[in-house]
Design a binder for this molecule. Structure first.
Ligand code: PEP
Ligand code: MG
Length: 577
């Protein structure tokens, strides 16, 4: 019988597929004890599933590109380490060999035991790692199940699958998409979660907050996920399917229309030019940025060079990565952000301080770089050398006060002198800019600008610090909202201060690439947007429908609103979607 559920659209689109329920506690596992003669075969089955899980993670790592790859890769690394954890593996073997448990039960028992250990930890970061355990074990259980139900899977693969879960980890999302996942549906979760961001960048329809999904939907039910209207239709009728096909035709048409915008100039309806820059970190991002007609790279995140390996990347390794980026952009300006490790971006080489009570408010970004001048100088030398190959600007993350920029500039000067003595070619002048993502930096931006050639507003972090709401905490959705008037006032203030001082101001947080926020940012005076390259055509398209002068006249009303609901209503009035 057809029935419907509702949810909140985290990533738009529609998908038709078979439901795949993934929640470890809901896996049906055979609980009968093993006979002595079955033990070896069961161990083999278990280890095959572990190998499949390892292989999946390995393949996933190679496939991921784009701005989110860094964050997802962190999860993958953590999960890969867990899969090789000697204690976990020994425990599993013992449960099968001595306890006579089947592989599925052994995995669940190990999960419950480890989750308890993590839950008892004082450190909130370590405590939250219990989710990793959960996700890793789910992956292995799912690999186990696939061995037993190959026939069913073949059937399901014909129409693809839609994930139904309480929550989904970014790594799982990316992995499942690689293996044919068509959409995702979660009972909880936020539209600002990393998984939701990832779904948008993968173009995967996703609904969150469909509370009863796990009790109402069953494995293999045919479902129509309608993330255009926030609805899930279980057992859709012929009429529903006709609506889906009509949407598919429209979406294909829309894709072709957008593709034609790749070579178009970026102009508002009243002819004001806007610069669209790319957020990048991998070669694939560069190719995409060029293909979509980006005006340059507004944020090159260098962390991934430090996160992918145990040793610190050498000067030459960094030089090659930066030089290739500069060459890849073919003469367009490239903004290289200096290392932004710390908080949730913990490195493998051990630079990040451990045991801080409050790492998001701790030694991260430029604070960390300045603690390790020799590591920082290696990066600075590599940037200086690469800057001979094309226009490069340097962006400093997590700046709070002017002395940090002064210290960075001093290190650049010293590195220049050193390279000169070594007869290395040097660029003439390198612009040094500040990321505005700490509220103090926004409020004191005039003092910072005496030492910064340009500004880039990082709204992902600025929002979390202004609102005192962890950007990754789904429970704070009603607070972590980019339409919050306090955040808008700061953004407007920084843009206006930059304009008065004749300095360029870009914005490179998630909202920069979200067409739902384009009118708002234009109204606040922004004319340089930096975003995931996959979003460039969408934002260019939205801009063409907006009237810059009319929106600018609404700026005061927007920043003087009292609540984000008021901002939302105002936006709907002045720039309907
Ligand atoms: C930001 O904070 O908005 C930003 C662009 O930087 P990141 O997301 O890398 O912290
Ligand atoms: Mg940031």
């Amino acid at each position: 019988m057809r029935h419907t559920l509702s949810g909140t659209a985290a990533s738009r689109g529609m998908a038709l597929g078979r439901a795949r329920l993934v929640q470890p506690s809901r896996y049906l596992v055979d609980t009968r004890p093993l006979g002595e003669e079955e033990i070896e075969a069961e161990l083999e089955r278990l280890h095959r599933a572990l190998d499949i899980a390892r292989q999946e993670l390995h393949e996933l790592r190679g496939k991921l590109h784009g701005a989110l790859a860094r964050e997802v890769n962190e999860f993958i690394d953590a999960h890969s380490l867990l899969l090789d954890d000697a204690e976990l593996l020994r425990g599993l073997d013992e449960l099968v060999r001595i306890g006579h448990y089947r592989a599925g039960v052994a995995l669940k028992k190990q999960r419950d035991r480890l989750v308890k250990v993590f839950e008892a930890m004082d450190d909130p970061y370590l405590r939250s790692r219990k989710e990793d355990i959960d996700q890793v074990i789910s992956r292995v259980i799912s690999a186990l199940q696939r061995q037993t139900t190959r026939e069913e899977r073949k059937l399901a693969a014909r129409v693809g699958e839609i994930l139904v879960a309480d929550t989904v980890a970014p790594a799982d999302m990316a992995h499942l998409t690689g293996s044919g996942l068509l959409g995702a549906l979660t009972t909880s979760g936020s539209v600002y979660s990393h998984s939701a961001i990832l779904a948008r960048s993968l173009d995967l329809p996703m609904l969150v907050g469909a509370r009863d999904a796990l009790s109402v939907i069953h494995d293999d039910d045919l479902i129509l996920l309608d993330a255009e209207h926030g609805e899930i239709i279980v057992h859709p009728t012929a009429q529903d399917l006709a609506r889906y096909r009509a949407w598919q035709r429209e979406a294909a048409q829309e894709g072709r229309r957008l593709a034609a915008l790749a070579n178009a100039p970026t102009l508002t309806r009243d002819g004001v030019g806007v610069r669209l820059l790319a957020n990048a970190e991998m070669p694939a991002d560069i190719a995409m940025a060029r293909a979509r007609g980006a005006d340059g790279v507004g944020l090159y995140r260098t962390e991934f060079l430090f996160l992918r390996q145990k040793e610190l990347p050498s000067e030459d390794e960094q030089f090659i990565a930066y030089r290739d980026l500069v060459l890849g952009m073919g003469g367009l300006p490239v903004t290289i952000r200096t290392l932004d490790l710390g908080a949730d971006k913990a490195d493998a080489a051990g630079l990040v301080l451990r045991g801080e009570d409050n790492p998001a408010l701790g030694v991260r970004g430029v604070r960390l770089s300045l603690r390790y001048p020799s590591v920082f100088t290696t990066q600075i030398r590599a940037i200086l050398r690469a800057a001979c190959y094309g226009p490069v600007r340097v962006l400093v993350p997590m700046v709070t006060q002017p002395d940090e920029l002064i210290a960075v500039r001093t290190l650049f000067k010293l590195a220049r002198a050193e390279l000169k003595r070594e007869n290395v070619d040097l660029p003439e002048k390198l612009q040094v800019g500040a990321m505005i993502e700490v509220p103090a930096a926004a409020l004191n931006v005039r003092a910072l600008m005496e030492h910064a050639d340009f500004l880039a507003i990082g709204t992902n972090d600025l929002a979390q610090y202004v609102l005192a709401a962890d950007r990754g905490n789904d429970a704070l959705d009603n607070i972590y909202n980019p339409l919050q008037p306090a955040l808008l006032r700061l953004i407007a203030y920084v843009i206006a201060a930059g304009r008065r001082a004749g300095k360029s101001v870009s914005l490179c947080g998630e909202i920069g690439g979200d067409p739902n926020f384009t009118a708002l940012l234009l109204a606040l005076g922004l004319t340089e947007f930096s975003m995931h390259p996959g979003q460039i055509l969408h934002v260019r398209d939205r801009l063409a429908a907006l009237d810059h002068a009319a929106l600018r006249r609404q700026s005061a009303r927007l920043v003087h609103a009292n609540t984000y609901e008021e901002v939302e209503a105002l936006l709907a009035e002045i720039a309907p979607a």
